[in-house]
Design a protein around this ligand. Structure first.
Ligand code: DTR
Ligand code: CA
Ligand code: ZN
Ligand code: ZN
Length: 318
């Protein structure tokens, strides 16, 4: 496993706030009563920014044989794109190499400096596509949402109590190879420091559903409460067990959760009644196909899910 670490130390600007404003910001009072902890609200994630990342991933696929699959030039170009954004934003990035089916694969790990190193809140998505197409919903959507959430952390200069780590996995489509390699190469001490792993694989499906992984109850509640606030009913994601990058973490005893907007299963009439879209049609008719392009995205679902990613990252790391 070869590691290369680069990136800039996060700007260590010192924000000089008057005592009064700090007390008021933290819900305190000038009288000096002990301030109640106030959880900062996550910022809105601009869906236009998320879609701009998808446009870049589409261009990368188009310029590299039409896909971003493991072992192909389009995957490494995707990794380079995401890494450059994170390095410029002050993350400490690590490229983790592995071999699968005779080809070199890459995981990209990005740590946001600060927070309790013994309590790591990790968010991830697989960046590889199938060889059949550009993989914009599967899984550019999850990768772009996680990237834009990480960039929002940087823009906000967010300094949560817990440590934030973000990951983009290689070779998920070959059986969660990259994420399994990462978990298997963690020491037990480092594995036990991960307080939760949030997975986002297909969150912009064109005929979307709103599914929440029914794994760790606290993580599940964080997502469900968010959608309840939007007036959107969710359903538990039950058939996903073992079908994406949360599986190696779950198998290692790490609490997991995540979001999913549906793949090749068919939307029922009852689901169409609550979510809109087309009953009797797959959530994503272009699943693992050449037509999984930039036009294979529902912007509203991508927007809600991207905002939910940020909400969970802020809430679970406070
Ligand atoms: N296996 C994933 C897509 C997928 C299918 N079902 C679920 C459930 C939960 C998360 C992801 C999935 C892939 O093709 O990448
Ligand atoms: Ca938004
Ligand atoms: Zn897939
Ligand atoms: Zn996927």
């Amino acid at each position: 496993m070869k590691l290369s670490v680069s990136g800039r130390t996060a700007a260590t600007g010192v924000v000089a706030l008057g005592v009064t404003s700090v007390m008021l910001l933290t819900g305190g009072s000038i009288a000096g009563a002990a301030p109640a902890p106030v959880v900062a609200a996550a910022p809105d994630i601009p869906v236009a920014n998320v879609k701009a990342h998808l446009a870049q991933l589409q261009s990368i696929a188009t310029a590299n044989g039409g896909n971003r699959a493991h072992g192909r030039a389009g995957y490494k170009a995707s990794i380079d794109y995401v890494k450059a954004k994170l390095d410029a934003a002050g993350f400490t990035t690590t490229l983790q190499q592995f071999t699968s089916s005779g080809s070199t694969g890459y995981n990209l790990i990005a740590d946001w400096p600060g927070g309790d190193a013994n309590q790591v809140v990790m968010s991830g998505s697989h960046l590889d596509s199938v060889t059949a197409g550009p993989g914009i919903n599967d899984n550019g959507s999850g990768s772009a949402a996680v990237l834009e959430t990480a960039l929002a952390v940087s823009r906000a200069g967010y300094q949560p109590a817990k440590h934030l780590r973000f990951a983009w996995w290689g070779a998920e489509e070959r059986g969660m190879v990259g994420s399994r390699y990462y978990v298997n190469n963690l020491s037990s001490a480092n594995r036990s420091k991960i307080s939760g792993y949030l997975n986002f694989d297909m969150i912009g499906s064109p005929n979307p559903g709103y599914f929440v992984y029914d794994d760790d109850p606290a993580i599940e509640k964080t997502f469900k409460d968010y959608f309840t606030g939007l007036g959107i009913a969710t359903e538990p994601e039950t058939e996903g067990d073992g079908r994406s990058d949360h599986a190696p973490f779950k198998n290692a005893g790490v609490p997991v959760g995540g979001l999913f907007s549906g793949a090749d299963y068919i939307k029922t009439a009852a689901q169409a009644a609550k979510w809109g879209g087309t009953s009797g049609q797959a959530f994503d008719r272009c699943y693992h196909s050449a037509c999984d392009t930039s036009s294979n995205i529902d912007s509203t679902a991508l927007d809600h899910n991207s905002d939910a990613v940020a909400h969970a990252v802020w809430e679970l790391s406070s």
